[in-house]
Design a protein around this ligand. Sequence first.
Ligand code: PEP
Ligand code: MN
Length: 262
Amino acid sequence: NANRKFHPNDTVVEVGGLKIGGGHFQVIAGPCSVESGEQICEVAARVKKAGANLLRGGAFKPRTSPYAFQGLRAEGIELLSEARGQTGLPIVTEIMSASHIPLFETVDIIQVGARNMQNFELLKELGKLKKPILLKRGLANTIEELLMSAEYIMAGGNTQVILCERGIRTFETATRNTLDISAIPILKQKSHLPVVVDPSHAAGITSLVLPLSLAALAAGADGLIIEVHNNPEKALSDGAQSLTPDQFDGVMEKIKGAAAFF
Ligand code: PEP
Ligand code: MN
């Protein structure tokens, strides 16, 4: 059960010797999509050097257009494992279908993307695993609906769920989505699960990633998931919101400074 009433203590999710939640703050960073072995290994080395604790990278991509790059799929997961071998960073990648679960055996944290937050049959299958699940809030879903989706996973016996606020659709067009800052304290009050924030998809613009990251930290988030690409201009997805490794160095410096303060 995700409700704090029945579980007053914070849930701490453990992965590869790292803890998330209960006062443990972690940064997940990496490209939107895994594009090649060279790309993912280069980005992994840089984000590790900057102080990130986990590596993200999409292998199965939920693209709006069927003609857009769909991800390297199984090969993408193999390349992520290679990058983990080189850096020691645990890997986080998105699942889109329950039929792909066997391919995710080597993955450390399975991400459920915004578009699948209410794919209840997928959530039920993930509930049978003994692996942390990063559950992203849907584009047009309420906080209550996010918590009920977490319940779907937990009801099956998998209690290692991390909630993720990644911005919601509003009338505002200046940003890709609107980061719902209030969702962080509300989720922390209602639930004992760790809450991480994705400033990249919320903003859609690189220059907003730092201020939104600092706001998330101040609001009580347990971590951040940030897109970083070695060549954002040539990225096969989400280049406009991806930081260069140099920009990520600067963001991490400020996050570390602020984390010491909070
Ligand atoms: C992603 O993390 O690259 C992604 C597709 O995120 P979301 O599901 O939040 O849109
Ligand atoms: Mn993305």
